[in-house]
Design a protein around this ligand. Structure first.
Ligand SMILES: *[C@@H]1O[C@H](CO)[C@@H](O)[C@H](O)[C@H]1NC(C)=O
Ligand SMILES: *[C@@H]1O[C@H](CO)[C@@H](O)[C@H](O)[C@H]1NC(C)=O
Ligand SMILES: *[C@@H]1O[C@H](CO)[C@@H](O)[C@H](O)[C@H]1NC(C)=O
Ligand SMILES: *[C@@H]1O[C@H](CO)[C@@H](O)[C@H](O)[C@H]1NC(C)=O
Length: 387
């Protein structure tokens, strides 16, 4: 842009000088000295004026790039592009730098270009995404409406094929031990990375054993149209509820404010930003909610219930079966996956959605084993109406 501008103004000044030369000849015999002086002054003034005009030209002649573009990748590097388009999921920011960047909020809410809001699907995985083929089917044909982020063990080095939706979607990860508070750190890292893309407006936390219960358009609309956030939170008496509260958290967190809930959440951008920016509750939980406390079941439910309960539904959209008891929910194998079972998960109960009763209460379900994949792939097109 800059180069062509210079070339154009150079060409025009050459033209101008040529024209001036004729004028110069005409006056030559009359007022040699005076006209020379005159032209000198005129030339200087005109050129100044012209180069000023040229500076305004680009915004007049070609259509303004920002306002007509639907895709931020066509924004110029000197314009908004460098700011808007996060290049790769992998980057070299430190955690501190990442959280700081992710915590930024524009004060002007309306975006000055056309954009399609996206859902960020954030996979918190130990190793391979063994239900990947099901998710590939789910995402197929919906490009531009979703982003994928994967947090896996740093030493995990499985390669993802080029054509996969998961290709190049791993974020800088740290080791996560189940039951340890650092799992909350991983959730926050996923959120922070997803926040770097300003198009991401909804944030869904998933594990490698999660499946979608509906097709993409149903899930997208459900999340986008929701006026509420989905962080499960309830008050539970007994050892595995209130019993995990540490009185040293007073006065920031009182026993009556202590909440429990599933870690598998669905949030909007505003709450995601609050979570990555939290400098108060996070350090307190990291200090006092360790080991048998299971921070991933308490930090977000408590934090959200204290500060952002007004817009929270207190429920999660991820179904899980705790009915068998014990520290882990039920796992589903091949023979568990039947048409009746999937239909029960999809429509088996009623709940509130945007103030109305609905029979779609869960969009996702866990925990499914690799053995369930075959049948899921077989049933998905018919039951979940994948296209
Ligand atoms: C992946 O890691 C394993 C050890 O964990 C190693 O044996 C293997 O060579 C690595 N593969 C690649 C492609 O780096
Ligand atoms: C939900 O949002 C979609 C667009 O994302 C719209 O087409 C649809 O009508 C909305 N549904 C409801 C029930 O508001
Ligand atoms: C969620 O729980 C909070 C208390 O923790 C309560 O004030 C709020 O009304 C609940 N919201 C819903 C939708 O039930
Ligand atoms: C998705 O599923 C819904 C029913 O849940 C159906 O009405 C819709 O047509 C499906 N969308 C696509 C793109 O197949």
């Amino acid at each position: 842009m800059k180069n062509t501008l210079q070339e154009r103004s150079l060409a025009t000044s050459r033209l101008f000088i040529a024209q001036s030369h004729n004028t110069f000849n005409f006056f030559f015999h009359v007022l040699l000295f005076a006209s020379g002086l005159f032209i000198g002054i005129f030339l200087t003034l005109s050129l100044k004026h012209m180069s000023l005009n040229f500076q305004f030209l680009p915004s007049l002649s070609p259509p303004p790039i920002i306002s007509t573009s639907t895709n931020p990748t066509t924004l110029t590097p000197n314009g908004l592009r460098g700011f808007l388009v996060p290049t790769k999921a992998m980057h070299d920011m430190t955690e501190e730098q990442l959280l700081w960047r992710a915590s930024m909020v524009p004060r002007i809410e309306k975006l000055p270009w056309k954009h399609t809001p996206k859902v960020a699907f954030m996979f918190l995985a130990k190793g391979p995404l063994f239900l990947g083929p099901l998710w590939e089917r789910f995402f197929k044909g919906n490009e531009g409406f979703y982003s994928i982020y994967v947090h896996s063990h740093p030493s995990f080095n499985d390669t993802v094929p080029q054509g996969s939706v998961f290709h190049g979607r791993r974020i800088p990860s740290k080791e996560v031990r189940w039951g340890d508070f650092n799992i909350v750190g991983a959730e926050r890292r996923l959120l922070a990375n997803a926040l770097l893309d300003i198009s991401n407006q909804r944030f869904v936390l998933l594990s490698e054993s999660c499946i979608p219960l509906f097709n993409f358009s149903t899930i997208y609309n459900y999340l986008m149209n929701s006026t509420e956030t989905f962080v499960e939170a309830y008050d539970m008496p007994g050892a595995v509820g209130r019993g995990r509260y540490n009185p040293r958290m007073k006065p920031l967190v009182m026993l009556s404010q202590w909440r429990k809930g599933s870690q598998w959440f669905q949030l909007d951008r505003a709450l995601a930003i609050e979570i990555v920016s939290d400098q108060q509750y996070f350090p307190l939980f990291r200090k006092y909610c360790t080991r048998r406390c299971y921070g991933d079941e308490h930090y977000l439910p408590t934090f959200v219930s204290i500060k952002f309960w007004e817009r929270n539904s207190n429920r999660t959209l991820t179904w899980v079966d705790w009915s068998k008891g014990g520290p882990h929910p039920a796992r589903f194998m091949r023979n568990d996956v039947t048409v009746g079972f999937l239909e029960r998960l999809r429509h088996g109960r009623t709940c509130q959605y945007n103030g109305e009763t609905t029979n779609i209460c869960y969009l996702f379900a866990r925990k499914f084993t690799p053995h369930a994949l075959d049948r899921l792939l077989r049933f998905a097109p018919k039951i979940m109406q994948f296209n």
